[in-house]
Design a protein around this ligand. Structure first.
Ligand SMILES: [Zn+2]
Ligand SMILES: [Zn+2]
Length: 188
């Protein structure tokens, strides 16, 4: 996505609103990872001339394809990511700024910055739907689509921990409530 800054790059204090939309099948992230896009890539914001640099600030809106954490089916997830970057067409010494990106001519390619901003907004856990049944741990069938004949003999380790915890807190319950009573009396 290229932003034209021809009208603004030499006018100190000027700002311009930006509305860009592009249909891209995918974005390539630093390191070679690919983000599949399932909706148009939109950027709305503004560019401001701060003298020796340009500030671009706005928001990215799109949707990406990720795999459901439970059933591994491709799932479209809406993404809204903030973008704020500083660009200059010559190297400027400024120790306060984290990073100033160089550009040439009248166009500023913000695509790599968009990719990075989207990466930061990707959810850790993806669900194709709230009640996704996931895959059968025995035969691997997608339980959203089909039922299988597997008997679940193995207890999910997470539930095993909960059961252990529940029985412990049950046996310790009397002791702990007794000590709470004692503290209350002391307090009064
Ligand atoms: Zn799922
Ligand atoms: Zn099964």
């Amino acid at each position: 996505m290229k932003i034209n800054v021809g009208k603004i790059k030499n006018v100190f204090g000027k700002n311009d609103s930006l509305e860009y939309e592009e249909s891209l099948p995918q974005l390539i992230v630093e390191g070679g990872d690919i983000i599949k896009l399932t909706a148009p890539l939109k950027f709305s914001g503004q560019v401001e001339n701060l003298g020796d640099r340009l500030l671009i600030e706005g928001a990215i809106h799109t949707a990406v394809e990720l795999l459901c954490s439970r059933c591994m089916e491709p799932t479209s997830i809406p993404i809204h990511a903030p973008l704020k970057e500083i660009f200059a067409n010559h190297i400027i010494a400024d120790e306060d700024e984290d990073e100033i990106f160089l550009y040439e001519g009248d166009e500023l390619d913000i695509t790599p910055h968009i990719s990075r901003a989207i990466m930061l907004e990707l959810p850790m856990k993806v669900m194709c739907k709230e009640d996704c049944q996931g895959l059968c741990p025995e035969c691997g069938i997608n339980l959203n689509l089909k039922k299988c004949q597997c008997v679940k003999e193995t207890i999910d380790p997470r539930f095993a921990v909960l059961e252990k915890f529940a029985s412990q807190s049950f046996t310790e319950g009397g002791v702990s409530s007794g000590s709470t009573k004692g503290e209350n009396i002391e307090g009064e």
